[in-house]
Design a protein around this ligand. Structure first.
Ligand code: SF4
Ligand code: FES
Length: 198
């Protein structure tokens, strides 16, 4: 694979063809905030928090860095007034779902996000999909999935699989930015397969 040189926040960064801008930035120690990214999972591009400005051939656009591929001479800016404003709004929308998430609080401090800006939505899951994708792609078990669509979308454990697989695994629990996953599992376990936890 050929080397690609790009500029991120004024620093020359060496990457390889096919790498994403996020991976290139991480390899150079340049932080970009993420919520739905995990190095073991296929790029998802769901939360949009990792957006950056990318300039090529005189044109600047906003791109989702965890799915956007590097290209020669690309100029990337990871912070700007516009980027920070967008991240602030994304965080405020997510905080309406999960106002007590420590991960969101930390990011809210950086971007000055107000957790009370939007009306609270009692769902707690921010739909990052980390649990669902980790179970499917890494563990190959599909013990947890999304049900419903749009604003009604939520995660749900599949009792027949979860009762056999989850107690000895639980690798997805620490991935959840809101702790909702663990609560959903405890509830499913209590309601659907209580005997397996005894
Ligand atoms: S339960 Fe947690 S890890 Fe799973 S999709 Fe929702 S926020 Fe993400
Ligand atoms: S980390 Fe890139 S869209 Fe979520």
């Amino acid at each position: 694979m050929s080397d690609i040189f790009l500029e991120i926040d004024g620093k020359e960064v060496k990457a390889t063809e096919g790498m994403t801008v996020l991976a290139a930035a991480q390899s150079a120690g340049i932080p970009i905030p993420t919520l739905c990214y995990h190095e073991k999972l296929e790029p998802f591009g769901g939360c949009r928090l990792c957006i950056v400005e990318a300039e090529a051939r005189g044109w600047t656009k906003l791109v989702v860095s965890c799915v956007y591929p590097v290209e020669e001479k690309l100029i990337v800016r990871t912070r700007s007034e516009k980027i920070d404003r967008i991240r602030k709004t994304i965080l405020e929308l997510l905080l309406a779902h999960a106002p007590d998430s420590p991960a969101l609080h930390d990011l809210a401090q950086v971007y000055g996000a107000d957790k009370n800006r939007f009306e609270k939505e009692a769902s707690f899951c921010i739909h990052c999909g980390l649990c669902v994708r980790y179970c499917a792609e890494v563990k190959k078990k599909n013990a947890v999935g999304f049900v419903d669509r749009g604003i009604r979308k939520e995660i749900s454990f599949i009792p027949e699989i979860a009762s056999k697989e989850c107690n000895d695994c639980k690798e997805c629990f620490p991935l959840c930015p809101t702790s909702y996953l663990q609560a959903a599992f405890v509830l499913t376990e209590a309601l659907v397969f209580p005997s397996s936890s005894e």
